[in-house]
Ligand binder design. Structure first.
Ligand code: NAD
Ligand code: UDP
Length: 333
C-alpha cells in the first residue's frame, strides 16, 4: 500500500470506509463522494442533528449501509480502510443544548474511533474546527496559532472538546502509529444543511425566504469566512488521499471575509426579500474575527476554493426554498 489511498487497494479489493456523523450536512457529502469512488460505506450516526433524508438517496446503492449508534458507546466491530470522524453537532445552539454530551462526543467518541483505527489499521480523518482558535488574536489564522479559547464559557464544550480530540489524534499517532488526517474546517454552507439548525447562513436564507426578520447578533460587525461545501469536500479528499506523512492540522476554508451584516445584506438582495434586519445581543464568547490562512493547504494539497460566496449562495438558495416550501422572488441567474 502506498501513501495515496484510492477506492481500491493494491490488490484490487473494494475499500471500506466508516463515516461517523454521516447523516449530517458534511457527512452526507463525504458518503456520496466515497460511493462515487466505488468505496463501500458504513454511515454511523445517532441522528442527534443529522437527518436520514440526507442519505436516503445513497441507501439505494448496495455499497452503502446505515447504523444508528452513538460514537460515545463502544463502536460496532468492523474492518475499515479508513474512518472519517464527523460525529458532533456543529451549530452553536445545537451543541450547547447538552454541553456535557458535546464534550464527551469529542473525547470519548474520538477515543473510540482511534481505538478502532488501531484495531483495524485504518487511516483516521478528524473534522476539527476553526473554533480551536477561539476569539483569535492572530488574523488571519495560521495552523501555528495556538488560539484563545475561554475554557469555562458556553462554547468551550465544543472548542475544548475539539482541541482535546486533536490531542488524542496526535497522541495515538505518536504512541500507536495510527495514520491521522486532521482538518480545521471554517464556516461551511450548502445543500443538506438542516434549515433549522441555527447557523447564520441557513438562518438568514430561511428567514429571507419566509419574509421574517433576519436577526443580526451584536451589531453584525463580527466577521466570518464562508466556504461552499463542494470546495470543502474536495479539500477533505485531497488531504485524506495525501501521503501518510501529511497529518495536518490543515485549515480548509474560504479566505473571503465578510461581516455578518454584509452577509445579511447579500442574502436579502439575492432572495429579493423585503425582510427587515433586527439587532439581537452577541452571544457570549462569539469570536469577533475569523478568516483562514490557507497557504498550507495550497502548498501541501494544491487546494484552494473555487466557488465564491455569491455563487455558492446561488446554488444554496434553491435548496433552502425546496426544504421550506418557499418561493424565491428573484431570478438567481
Ligand atoms: P451536522 O450537525 O449537520 O452533522 C453532525 C452529525 O453528527 C449529525 O448527523 C449528527 O446526528 C451526528 N452526531 C452528533 N452526535 C453524535 C453522536 N454522539 N454519535 C453519532 N453521531 C452523532 O454538522 P456538520 O456541519 O455536518 O459538521 C460535521 C463535522 O464537521 C462536525 O464534527 C463539526 O464539528 C465539523 N465542523 C463543521 C463545520 C461547518 O461549518 N459545517 C465547521 C467546523 C467543524
Ligand atoms: N449569527 C447571527 N444571526 C443568526 C445566527 C448567527 O448574527 O441568526 C452570528 C453569530 O453570532 C456569529 C456568526 O453569525 O457571529 C456565525 O454564526 P454561526 O452560528 O453560523 O457560526 P459560528 O459562530 O460557530 O462561527
Amino acid at each position: 500500500m502506498n501513501g495515496n489511498r484510492l477506492d481500491e487497494d493494491d490488490m484490487g479489493k473494494t475499500r471500506t470506509a466508516l463515516v461517523t456523523g454521516g447523516a449530517g450536512f458534511l457527512g452526507s457529502h463525504v458518503c456520496a463522494r466515497l460511493l462515487s469512488e466505488g468505496c463501500k460505506v458504513v454511515c454511523l450516526d445517532n441522528l442527534q442533528t443529522g437527518r436520514l433524508k440526507n442519505i436516503e438517496p445513497l441507501l439505494t446503492n448496495p455499497l452503502m449501509s446505515f447504523v444508528k449508534a452513538d460514537v460515545r458507546d463502544p463502536l460496532p466491530d468492523g474492518v475499515y480502510d479508513e474512518i472519517w470522524n464527523l460525529a458532533c453537532p456543529a451549530s452553536p445552539p445545537q451543541y450547547q443544548i447538552d454541553p456535557v454530551g458535546t464534550m464527551l462526543i469529542n473525547v470519548i467518541g474520538m477515543k473510540n474511533v482511534l481505538d478502532l483505527g488501531v484495531a483495524c489499521g485504518a487511516r483516521v480523518f478528524q473534522a476539527s474546527t476553526s473554533e480551536i482558535y477561539g476569539d483569535p488574536q492572530v488574523h488571519p489564522q495560521t495552523e501555528s496559532y495556538r488560539g484563545a479559547v475561554n475554557t469555562i464559557g458556553p462554547r468551550a464544550c465544543y472548542d475544548e472538546g475539539k482541541r482535546a480530540a486533536e490531542t488524542l489524534c496526535f497522541d495515538y499517532h505518536r504512541q500507536y502509529g495510527v495514520e491521522i488526517k486532521v482538518v480545521r474546517i471554517f464556516n461551511t454552507y450548502g445543500p443538506n444543511m438542516d434549515p433549522q439548525d441555527g447557523r447564520v447562513v441557513s438562518n438568514f436564507i430561511v428567514r429571507a425566504l419566509e419574509g421574517a426578520p433576519l436577526e443580526v447578533y451584536g451589531g453584525g460587525s463580527q466577521t466570518r469566512s464562508f466556504c461552499y461545501v463542494d470546495d470543502l469536500i474536495e479539500g477533505f479528499f485531497r488531504l485524506m488521499r495525501s501521503d501518510a506523512s501529511i497529518t495536518g492540522p490543515v485549515n480548509i476554508g474560504d479566505p473571503g471575509e465578510f461581516t455578518v451584516r454584509e452577509l445579511a445584506d447579500i442574502i436579502l438582495e439575492m432572495t429579493g426579500s423585503r425582510s427587515v434586519i433586527i439587532d439581537r445581543p452577541l452571544p457570549a464568547d462569539d469570536p469577533l474575527l475569523r478568516r483562514p490562512d490557507i497557504s498550507l493547504a495550497g502548498k501541501l494539497l494544491g487546494w484552494a476554493p473555487k466557488v465564491r460566496l455569491r455563487e455558492g449562495l446561488k446554488r444554496s438558495i434553491p435548496y433552502f426554498a425546496t426544504e421550506t416550501g418557499c418561493a424565491v422572488k428573484t431570478n438567481l441567474d
